[in-house]
Design a binder for this molecule. Structure first.
Ligand code: NDP
Ligand code: GDR
Length: 378
């Protein structure tokens, strides 16, 4: 039985990857951070009582900023594969916390590599590094492939650039099986709520139910190559099953603006939007309502009105330096790994909207049923 260690197991990708590896028969260990509230929502369904026999899923406290902790855990676990997914992963937040981001995302990667080297595991333990399309940053060429030059545009991307190159360096210097998956944006119903796709699908669901009036966004013209996280964790695993460690771009090859993602989300609840105005004055206005579709979804077709503004710009979401256009070329992964995504963008939006509409309706029903969200300070 293979043993895997996942950093960032409580995150979107960590949760899907843990589920994927358990299905493949792995023993899965994960590093979670101590927090004052439970932070394991995404993996609670995988939890097994540690008092039971043959438990295949184990969590350990730890942090990528703590090398002694990482050395001890890797020594105890002796993993065949390490997936380094832990990171301060929010690009805009990295402008607020640049030093911490450099420490966790950049030097954290070095700490993992050094732990494996110091423990004499270089020929046993294979390492996957969660590299990112943010490395491409300021557009040099499109579509972006393994040979496109990098030009990072945020403290997050600069930290990840260090992570990328230290993986390449340890592979070459110590003959380690260490590789970078250069993953383009990937989303899902369990995506963090402050990334743009999930922010859109949650707000669209609330607006459709009359629980929110308006969605405030930043740069609607940014273009992203969005895939589904479920497809992307399979690629992570494939990267570690090859004869030779190499770096791969994982992407769909299709790019879409944030604006069009918003349109697609509203379409899912039978609402057609038109955008007008420029920059800070741009607006998304309802121009058509499919009342039949709304009835099928148990939505009130009289709630939203033609002409109503449901999307506005708040400049606080503009970034000091933006990445305008990402579109990946996944040819190498398709040819060498045989990787092929199952979801397209329409399927992704549908999956996210179904899930968020369900979650928002559930909260609404509870509220209407007289249940209150507990407030300890009342
Ligand atoms: P999430 O933000 O959902 O998850 C990040 C995980 O890292 C969480 O488990 C978080 O813990 C953990 N973490 C944060 N800081 C530390 C730290 N100092 N020590 C240990 N763990 C830490 O990210 P995703 O799942 O979306 O992404 C996974 C990885 O892939 C990240 O490295 C991200 O940068 C990278 N990536 C993501 C892409 C995407 O589109 N999703 C694309 C390309 C790369 P907690 O739950 O406690 O906060
Ligand atoms: P990104 O994802 O920065 O690409 O990083 P995010 O969803 O945060 O932004 C995508 C684009 O949308 C624009 N945008 C907004 N973004 C957010 N978060 N909130 C808004 O209100 C908003 N309005 C417009 C942004 O400016 C940007 O252009 C993600 C993360 O998962 C990284 O960890 C990962 O490395 C990259 O994807 C690939």
């Amino acid at each position: 039985m293979k043993v895997a260690l996942i950093t960032g197991i409580t995150g979107q990708d960590g949760a899907y990857l843990a589920e994927f590896l358990l299905k493949k028969g792995y023993e899965v260990h994960g590093i979670k951070r101590r927090s004052s509230l439970f932070n394991t929502d995404r993996i609670d369904h995988l939890y097994a009582d540690p008092h039971e026999q043959n438990v295949k899923f184990k969590l350990h406290y730890g942090d990528l900023t703590d090398s002694t902790n990482l050395i001890r855990l890797i020594q105890e676990i002796q993993p065949d594969e390490i997936y380094n997914l832990g990171a301060m992963s929010h690009v805009q937040v990295s402008f607020e916390t640049p030093e911490y981001t450099g420490n966790a995302d950049g030097i954290g990667t070095l700490r993992i590599l050094e732990a494996v080297r110091l423990l004499g595991l270089t020929q046993k333990t294979r390492i996957y590094q969660a590299s990112t399309s943010e490395l491409y940053g300021l557009v040099q060429a499109v579509p972006q492939s393994e040979t496109t030059p990098f030009y990072p545009r945020s403290p997050y991307a600069v930290a990840k650039l260090y992570g990328y190159w230290i993986i390449v360096n340890y592979r070459e210097a110590y003959n380690m099986y260490a590789c970078n998956g250069i993953l383009f944006n990937h989303e899902s119903p369990i995506r963090g709520e402050t990334f743009v796709t999930r922010k859109i699908t949650r707000a669209t669901s609330k607006i459709a139910l009359g629980l929110q009036n308006c969605l405030y966004l930043g740069n609607l013209s940014a273009q992203r190559d969005w895939g589904h996280a479920k497809d992307y964790v399979e690629a992570m695993w494939l990267l570690l099953q090859q004869d030779k460690a190499e770096d791969y771009v994982i992407a769909t090859g299709v790019t879409t603006t944030v604006r069009d993602f918003v349109r697609m989300a509203f379409d899912e609840v039978g609402v057609t939007l038109e955008f007008s105005g420029k920059d800070e004055n741009e607006r998304g206005v309802v121009i058509d309502i499919d009342k039949e579709k709304q009835k099928e979804l148990n939505l009130d077709p009289e709630l939203l009105k033609i002409g109503q503004t449901v999307v506005k710009i708040d400049p606080k979401y503009f970034r000091p330096t933006e990445v305008d256009l990402l579109i990946g070329d996944p040819t190498k992964a398709q040819k060498q790994l045989g990787w092929k995504p199952k979801y397209d963008l329409a399927g992704l939006v549908k999956d996210m909207m179904e899930s968020d509409l369900h979650l928002v309706k559930k909260d609404d029903y509870l509220k209407k049923g007289g249940f209150k969200i507990m407030n300890y300070f009342e």
